[in-house]
Design a protein around this ligand. Sequence first.
Ligand code: HMG
Ligand code: MG
Length: 300
Amino acid sequence: QFSDFVKIVEVGPRDGLQNEKKILPTEVKVNFIDKLSATGLRSIEVTSFVSPKWVPQMADNHQVFQHIKKRNGVSYPVLVPNLKGLQSAIAAGVKEIAVFGAASETFCKMNINCSIEESVRNFRIVVEEAKKHDIRTRGYISCIVGCPYEGETKPATTAHLASIMLDLGCYEISLGDTIGVGSPRKIKRVLNELFHISSNDMSCYALHCHDTYGQALMNIHVGLENDIKVFDSSVAGLGGCPYAAGASGNVATEDLLYFLQGQGLETGIDLDEIVGIGDYISKELNRINQSKTGVAVLAK
Ligand code: HMG
Ligand code: MG
């Protein structure tokens, strides 16, 4: 039914750790990322070059990026909110960045302290400057189906922002169900709208599901049915967003892998190794492992 390779973007070291009360020592973050690098993952989002006043968990971005072992064939994107962040990322040797906006005015304001329009102006500056340094840019859109402050999002709002970000030069748009309120029908509505703006080519989209209401894998299945081949996840279901009250973690990489394998799809990633890393990081954080697959495999 689906062509068989699916790419997973591991966002645990960024989306996961940005939301933890316990700030891990830099060495542990580096060790965590180095372990992930050896599993077959092709893309690991490692940190963010945001204001440390806003997200102190990511304040060691430069050290983390410099100390991780970069494997051939693996991308190590970082989040960048503005030119200042881009300059720091360039100084650290970053080759791929992600800019991040939202399909909700209030969320945009709470997360990056500006309106959607201002954010677009800012993306343009960042993407243009990144191009000059041969840095490629991924774009995130948060709140594609719902916002913690404004409720439901209109599919047209998400599609409009996606088309702008693609025009600016983002090579891929990661569609964030930031607070995990999406269900298959709602995700399908957004994807239908996106279908139109990209001339029926879905290869420029990724789906970024949080599992707050336990809908993530169902939503990912809808993504697969609609030709999406890239999914963001985090080991042990780490994650959340500091500006999205009530949002729980990303879909767990272990659960996503088990699901994709069950569907006969290839990822090139070793499930047992991922399970071991989920266990390792949960222990470092003193946190219950949120992956059902992780818990089941570890109990064997
Ligand atoms: P602001 O306060 O409006 O910015 O914040 P400012 O320009 O007035 O700067 C304030 C201070 O921050 C200044 O320092 C700047 O130098 C400094 P001061 O002069 O007071 O000492 N600053 C920086 N420092 C380091 N790196 C920078 C930087 N920029 C300014 N890049 C800003 C605006 C965008 C900076 C702030 O709102 C911010 O950093 N926001 C980031 C929030 C964030 O990281 N959120 C989580 C990621 S998004 C997410 O999780 C969703 C996602 O997973 C998808 C999904 O699930 O939907 C991606
Ligand atoms: Mg997220």
